[in-house]
Unconditional design. Sequence first.
Length: 288
Amino acid sequence: MKQDTIKLANLLSLETIEQGLYRGLSWDLGFRALFGGQVMGQALAAAQQTMPEARNCHSFHSYFLLPGDANLPVVYDVENVRDGRSFSTRRIKAIQNGKNIFYMTASFQHPEEGLSHQAAEMPQVPAPEGVEPDIKFYEDCYDQISERMREALSYHRPLDIRTVQPIDIANPQKCAPVRQIWMRAQEALTDSIGLQQAMLAYASDYHFLATSLQPHGISVRNRQLRMATIDHAMWFHRPFHFNEWLLYSAESPFSGGARGLVRGQFFNQKGELVASTMQEGLMRKVGD
């Protein structure tokens, strides 16, 4: 597939099998299993197709049950739980090989005004223009990375991701469990709120759980490490446009019991909080 044809909007455009049943293609990002962000973004996109007009997602809660296969499509079964006067609820089941690999419950609301405040403060970080794109690391050492990762690079390019505090994944040093990442979509997007939300759900899984590794100085490439998302929740606070830079500020307040907990906040460049995330994942060392 040519680089200029690889668009995240295409990944989130699902085939309708019948009412409430959809199928999405998969991208192999070079990870051990199907990227969790893909399943979240596609599940949310599937739920959006069943929604009454002008209702947008304000939150979703999801559980990852089995590793997904990046070489296979994913089928999404959407259950209409409730359509009220202001809110709608959908339950989405992701299926591969006849097995449920993922569940999401998503809530949607008709836009309305209400009491408003923001206590969260955007961290002071360098502007995105002064931060090097993450993908440049792989492009600079192209001859040293695996063939599988070379093939996967084009699937990482639809997002421009720039980590303010880059981690040396070959030799990470122990540091505070805090990470700030600038993100935006590379392709030109429409003003669809649903598409922006599905894309941000996809992007929210990038580098997130790895924040819990930072106090331990362990590389995500460590062959003794087993990492996998257990659950992921997200709240959308206000509209945004993903062609504009968003700062993803992540921190890990706790790890233990072979699990790591991370929480994140997305800010636009005005310092407005547009979305929040929480995730718990498996972090287990095996062998000697």
